[in-house]
Design a protein around this ligand. Structure first.
Ligand code: PMP
Length: 427
């Protein structure tokens, strides 16, 4: 036990002096002390398998030795100048990053957060096109800054203050919860069990969603949108996490004009980026654009070390292998438990959608989901939550997780589901 922390004191300070908008969600919030790779340790020395990775930010592992070494080396040399001087780290990082991106995505802007990156992307799209309207998907999260919040389409993140003018939302294709069913991606190892409304093996759901999109276009200024923004899969897909590809957008076979990167880019170090084409970049270069901390040497060496670690530790391949394995194991739980409505995912991003029953697909009440979730924590597995009704367990661990860890996690979830059924039966 790490005696220097008093749990009660930390809780009191948090209640008095830290943003009350921050929710901890667990009944007894975790007080963390240390992390190593896929593991977290609390102040009493309890170990947790981290399946949420700081909301999918810790890509290569907590305190990954390579990243830690890179930052320690840079820490003693130079943290910050400004971008009016050159430092090799920014050039080297920009080159390294763009080598991983398809043409013509070659110009990098470094920012400090995902919201900031999306703000900049919106700004560029508007400048370049000289149009204003931007469309996003319902259920999307694109950030909490007043600009990006207009694109975010999840009620609880809205605050009843006008924001995001010129933003419209369109319907998210959703084979499980959407009105038309449909089939998962052809290469998905797991298919939804929902019976599809399409007939004779022909899926019409796609056409319906395209019609919805056209309808949304008709609500914007005619023929003049500035852009359409989308997470490749809701939510965080980059840096090899989907297994089959390095970037989420590649799973759809498209090359966007602007790509924003955050979360896993720095393995937890605050940094993000926008990458675009020379032509679009030129529209911002007509006048000055500047970001004090974006591209500081510390962030750049971290970013480069993260890319190296992904390659050297074969983390994209690991995401594919362990992710697919886990997905198939979790699908067995879906087949066993009526309340596990859907298990879906790609690589190491997996969603488990909890329902009252598979026919109605009503979200399982929050209190019941919370009990299962809390039980997993008590057995040493941290899982994320998400979905419009907070009905989906999110599994997005550091990409260094092993099959043995996956077995442990599935067993814990299995036990938590069984205990839930026992509680229900005892009522
Ligand atoms: N887009 C997505 C898909 C995200 O998951 C997040 C963060 N949850 C953001 C944007 C905003 O990033 P940040 O919190 O770094 O501003």
């Amino acid at each position: 036990k790490y005696q220097s922390y008093s749990y009660e004191r930390m809780l009191k300070i948090r209640e008095q002096n830290v943003s009350p908008a921050l929710r901890t969600f667990y009944k007894k919030p975790l007080l963390l002390h240390q992390g190593y790779m896929q593991w977290l340790f609390d102040y009493e020395g309890r170990r947790y398998l981290d399946l949420f990775a700081g909301i999918v930010t810790v890509s290569v592992g907590h305190c990954h030795p390579k990243v830690t070494m890179a930052i320690q080396k840079q820490l003693a040399r130079l943290w910050h100048t400004t971008n009016i001087y050159m430092h090799p780290s920014i050039q080297e990082y920009a080159e390294k990053l763009t080598l991983l991106l398809p043409d013509p995505l070659k110009v990098v802007y470094l920012t400090n957060s995902g919201s900031e990156a999306n703000d900049l992307a919106m700004f560029m799209a508007r400048l370049y096109t000289r149009n204003f309207d931007i469309i996003s998907f319902r259920g999307a999260y694109h950030g909490g800054s007043p600009y990006a919040l207009g694109l975010t389409s999840i009620g609880p993140y809205k605050h009843g203050v006008a924001n995001g003018f010129g933003c419209s939302t369109t319907m998210l294709p959703d084979v499980f919860r959407g009105p038309w069913g449909g089939s998962n991606c052809r290469d998905s190892p797991v298919q939804t069990v929902r019976k599809c409304s399409c007939s004779e093996g022909v899926c019409h759901a796609n056409d319906q969603y395209i019609e919805q999109f056209k309808d949304t276009l008709n609500t914007c200024v005619p023929k003049t949108i500035a852009g359409f923004i989308s997470e490749p899969i809701q939510v965080q897909t980059g840096f090899g996490r989907t297994g089959s590809h390095f970037w989420g957008f590649q799973t759809h076979g498209v090359v966007p004009d602007i790509v924003t990167l955050a979360k896993g880019i720095g393995n937890g170090f605050p940094m993000a980026a926008v990458v675009t084409t020379k032509e679009i970049a030129n529209s911002l270069a007509q006048n000055l654009h500047f970001n004090t901390f974006g591209g500081n040497p510390l962030a750049c060496v971290v970013g480069a070390a993260v890319l190296d670690a992904i390659e050297e530790d074969h983390l994209q391949k690991n995401s594919e292998d362990v992710g697919t394995y886990m997905l198939l194991e979790l699908a067995k739980l879906r087949d066993k438990f009526e309340i596990v409505g859907d298990v879906r995912g790609k690589g190491l991003m997996i969603g488990i959608e909890m329902v009252t029953d598979k026919d109605t697909r009503h979200p399982l009440p929050t209190e019941e989901i919370s009990e299962i979730w809390e039980d997993c924590k008590d057995m040493g597995v941290l899982i994320g939550r998400g979905g419009l009704y907070n009905q989906t367990f999110r599994i997005k661990p550091p990409m260094c997780i092993t099959k043995k860890d996956a077995d442990f996690a599935v067993e814990v979830i299995h036990t938590a589901l069984e205990r839930h059924m026992e509680r229900v039966a005892a009522k």
